[in-house]
Write a protein that binds this ligand. Structure first.
Ligand code: FMN
Length: 214
């Protein structure tokens, strides 16, 4: 099975993180996770996931929060944000890639510039230098010129920017449908087939596109 690093920074979008983590774990992968301080705060506010920053407590909390027994097919290991001795701080620890979801514009800027001021950013820097796949899922609105330039710098280093920008062509019926459309595309980019991703197979009949019954 694969080994992936999951960074959770303080952008809005904890539900995306939940679905991506579920997708990785249900597929039986090994997940190495780091939450920034702001990432923990956003998870509490947006998804009721209350974390302490202490990996030994938070691992259990995240697994309980996921709730789905299928998610225990994979393994989850969390690290403290300042734990620069963690395996994922070194390129010699092989991984199949990293995703930062959600990604704050701050984390995006620091990662784009190679600033490894905490373990999340260091693990991202390692992923880039080892030429492994790094996906960032930023969310901000509107985007400043600084944000846009940082995204260009990231893309020039081979980092994939997958903005949390849901489409509506699949006719979502719920917030979960909208979340799934983003999380499913993120998992796609990691090479993981998400059963919940509705793929475009052509237009749906007009009766399914009415908004009144939502
Ligand atoms: C509820 C909440 C939502 C936020 N949403 C965003 C966001 O969508 N995008 C963003 O770039 N920052 C957002 N922020 C601000 C970041 O969390 C803040 O800039 C923080 O310093 C980022 O730190 P990090 O990069 O270490 O995670 C949000 C903060 C809070 C508390």
């Amino acid at each position: 099975m694969g080994r992936y690093v999951l960074g959770v920074a303080g952008g809005s979008g904890a539900p995306y993180m939940r679905r991506v983590l579920e997708g990785l774990m249900t597929a039986g992968h090994e997940v190495h996770g780091i939450f920034s301080e702001a990432g923990r705060k956003v998870c509490g506010l947006e998804a009721g996931l209350m974390l302490t920053g202490k990996p030994e407590i938070d691992e259990t909390r995240v697994l309980e929060w996921l709730g789905d027994p299928a998610a225990t097919r994979g393994t989850l290991r969390l690290y403290a944000l300042n734990d620069f001795e963690a395996p994922i701080a070194s390129g010699s620890f092989k991984t199949d890639g990293m995703v930062v979801v959600p990604c704050s514009m701050g984390a995006l800027g620091r990662i784009a510039q190679g600033i490894g001021s905490n373990l999340l950013e260091r693990a991202a820097d390692v992923t880039v230098k080892e030429r492994r796949r790094l996906l960032l899922v930023p969310r901000e609105m509107p985007l400043s010129l600084i944000h846009l330039r940082n995204m260009v710098a990231a893309a020039e280093s081979g980092i994939e920017i997958i903005p949390a920008m849901p489409g509506f062509y699949h006719n979502p019926r719920s917030v979960q449908d909208i979340v799934d459309s983003v999380a499913g595309r993120v998992l796609d980019r990691l090479g993981i087939d998400a059963p919940f991703l509705k793929r475009w197979t052509g237009p749906v009949p007009p009766e399914f596109t009415a908004w009144e019954d939502r």
